[in-house]
Design a binder for this molecule. Structure first.
Ligand code: NAD
Ligand code: MG
Length: 383
């Protein structure tokens, strides 16, 4: 029985993680969780999964939920301290980090220090401070198991392989909601159009990131840290069907890929059962003959400026990816609130990057400071 803490339980990854836990009750037990503002969904989850500790994002929601009478004993906390408390709660063996944004960084670092295995969906944590997370994981002998579908695919392709034989990682990209639009056609696109992803149903932030291709950019940096791979050996391949989740090329020119119908429960469950595999409840079988064809295109860096920003920031390293991530988080939030246009997301990120002088090998405090300053800078641009 694996004891699990789930940060971001009410989100897209959170709900699918609960589905996996629910289909294997003999193997997994939810002991702690966090949620943001969806109190109704949180109450249902708490009643059903009976966690011992729940971290609530803000005090108002906390004050509301503590008056609800649950059929079991459950403790509540709020704010960032509570998020950390949930991550390292007594007895937790696996932390599924499925919050959105760099808010997931410190809870991840604390869990690593407590020798808790990390199933990481929260890519912003690896983008903003990948060196701190991986160095600490190595130091404490803690496994970082990928939940992002591309990284899970690469991880699966690498089982039994010697890392010295890897030539290149090929990360596939669906292209997001505007993949059939030219750059000139992006002027004036709406939030609603941007949220309409062709293949995946996900949280709002990552869906916008997919439309700008920043999601793939963040994933390149995520792959760099998870697999200790130089940026020149990580490629992006446009593949609109999202059937091949990613590929690895080896020195002998052999390429191994991982395929499947798009279903995030597969990488989530693999992170929880690794190195074993369990049956996927109601998992849809992939029949390639039904599809007949799969499509591939070269990634265009002038069409998708965010992809170029991410490669540049990753190669510069230090605090540059921290700026990339923080500027993106702020710009996407502003776009979702209708404060800026779709193309301004790129403009504001570009301005934040241009202004920054990277600090190499930054400490946690330096990262937090750069994160804060970048958010303030983008806020002033917006207002
Ligand atoms: P989401 O917006 O659907 O869910 C985020 C969850 O985090 C919610 O439960 C929210 O309440 C909670 N949360 C946010 N801020 C919090 C805070 N300060 N304290 C406590 N809880 C907080 O997002 P999502 O789509 O599930 O994505 C989560 C992460 O997984 C992101 O980093 C995303 O990039 C990554 N990811 C998601 C998918 C997907 O299919 N959704 C795929 C790959 C990677
Ligand atoms: Mg992904």
């Amino acid at each position: 029985m694996k004891k699990i803490s789930l940060l971001g339980a009410t989100g897209s990854i959170g709900i699918q993680t609960l589905d996996v836990i629910n289909s294997h009750p003999e193997s997994f037990k939810l002991v702690a969780m966090s949620f943001g503002s969806n109190i109704k969904s949180a109450i249902d989850i708490i009643e059903k999964f009976k966690p011992e500790f729940v971290a609530v994002k803000d005090e108002n929601t906390y004050n509301e939920i503590i008056h609800y009478s649950f059929s079991h004993n459950v403790q509540f906390g709020y704010g960032h301290e509570a998020l950390i408390e949930a991550a390292v709660y007594d007895g937790v063996e696996v932390l599924v980090n499925a919050v959105v944004g760099s808010v997931g960084l410190v809870p991840t670092l604390k869990a690593i220090e407590n020798k808790i295995t990390i199933a990481i969906a929260n890519k912003e944590t690896l983008v903003t401070a990948g060196h701190l997370v991986t160095e600490s994981a190595n130091k404490h002998g803690v496994q970082l198991l990928p939940v992002d579908s591309e990284h899970s695919a690469i991880f699966q392709c690498l089982q039994g392989e010697n890392t010295k034989n890897i030539e290149r990682l090929i990360v596939t990209a669906s292209g997001g909601s505007f993949r059939d639009k030219r750059r000139e056609e992006l002027q004036g696109v709406t939030v609603e159009q941007a949220l309409n992803h062709p293949n995946w149903s996900m949280g709002a932030k990552i869906t916008i990131d997919s439309a700008t291709m920043m999601n793939k950019g963040l994933e390149i940096i995520e792959a760099h840290w998870l697999f200790n791979m130089p940026y020149d050996n990580i490629d992006v391949l446009l593949h609109k069907e999202s059937i091949i989740h990613s590929l690895v090329e080896f020195t002998d020119r052999s390429i191994i890929a991982q395929l499947g119908t798009p279903d995030m429960r597969v990488p989530i469950q693999y992170a929880l059962t690794y190195p074993d595999r369990y049956e996927l409840k109601n998992g849809k079988r992939l029949e390639l003959w039904e599809l007949g064809k799969l499509h591939f295109e070269k990634a265009d860096f002038t069409r998708y400026k965010c992809l170029q920003f991410a490669y540049n920031s990753g190669k510069i390293g230090g605090t540059m990816p921290t700026v990339l991530n923080a500027a993106n988080e702020e710009a996407v939030a502003a776009f979702l609130k209708g404060q800026i246009t779709f193309l301004e997301i790129e403009d504001w990120i570009e301005r934040a990057l241009e202004k920054h002088e990277s600090i190499s090998h930054p400490s946690l405090e330096q990262i937090q400071e750069v994160d804060r300053l970048t958010r303030n800078f983008v806020q002033t641009l917006i207002s």
